[in-house]
Write a protein that binds this ligand. Structure first.
Ligand code: ZN
Length: 273
């Protein structure tokens, strides 16, 4: 599933091809992909708009429009945005196509139809409740320490909570906890200052490294040009099979379920609480 590094890659790779272009048409193969407003309003507002910028907040892509409104896209489990030159065959799983000037088009590919688009006046209605961005300079070990204070939820669950920190999902939560040598079930508030520092460092390190590798294509994620990312080749515990060995100590990696999410860790490197 696309997480911060995948969405950041999509943003970075679309930016030079999309910004400054006008939307000339919209094809919807699956109207359920438009969450807000109505399909008619969505279409009539977007056609003719110039895309003036793209940003990322958490796992959301935020397209600024010349009207001052904002198009927000969430790829959810299986979404990709594919940049094509018209005329192009729609991808088998294309749910929407934004047609752009100069023969460009953006195909929203989404096998499981879980992705969402919103057109809003005020983006904070959608992204306003997100926690801090873990790669921003303001996100320090002290920020993390403060967030963790008195929290009794398992650290894995906190890392997945988008109102706690934005952008981290199942893969990078497992990778960060492994790198920090912290058991996924440790209650957040019990981490020592040294562990908080290690976790802060591990979060930033795994996310930057994954961005450098253009995201992880474990399943259905593609970069806008159709290529896969390679971040998953560096995964130490995420997406392992039970019985795979820890790359550090050789102990079999274990799988547990935390808040309904399969969670992989090394019982020796990440000892029990
Ligand atoms: Zn180990």
């Amino acid at each position: 599933m696309p997480e911060l590094p995948e969405v950041e890659t999509v943003k970075n790779e679309l930016l030079p091809y999309i910004v400054g272009h006008h939307i000339t048409g919209i094809t919807l193969f699956w109207e359920g992909i438009v969450r807000q407003p109505s399909v008619e309003e969505f279409r009539s507002h977007l056609i003719g708009q110039k895309i003036t910028g793209i940003a990322r907040r958490g796992k959301y892509l935020i397209f600024s429009l010349s009207s001052g409104k904002t198009l927000i896209i969430h790829l959810r489990m299986t979404g990709s945005l594919l940049l094509k030159s018209a005329p192009a065959e729609p991808d088998k799983f294309a749910r929407a196509i934004l047609h752009l000037d100069k023969d460009a088009q953006l195909q929203f590919r989404d096998p499981r139809k879980l992705g969402v688009m919103w057109l809003v006046e005020d983006e904070s209605n959608i992204v306003g409740k997100l926690g801090p961005e873990p790669l921003e300079t303001g996100f320090t070990p002290q920020t993390l320490q403060k967030l963790l204070e008195k929290r009794i939820a398992p650290i894995k669950a906190l890392l997945l909570d988008q109102s706690f920190i934005a952008g981290i999902g199942n893969m990078y939560a497992d990778e960060a906890l492994f790198a920090a040598r912290i058991h996924p079930l440790r209650p957040g508030g019990t981490l020592s200052p040294d562990e908080v520092k290690r976790l802060h460092n591990a979060i930033q390190q795994v996310l930057w490294s994954a961005i450098g590798n253009k995201g992880a294509s474990t399943n259905t994620y593609f970069r806008p040009g159709g290529e896969k990312g390679t971040a998953h080749f560096e995964f130490k515990v995420a997406h392992r099979l039970s019985g795979d060995l820890c790359p550090v100590c050789g102990t079999p990696i274990e799988r547990i379920v935390v808040r309904n999410r399969g969670t992989y860790f090394c019982p020796k490197c990440q000892p029990e609480p």
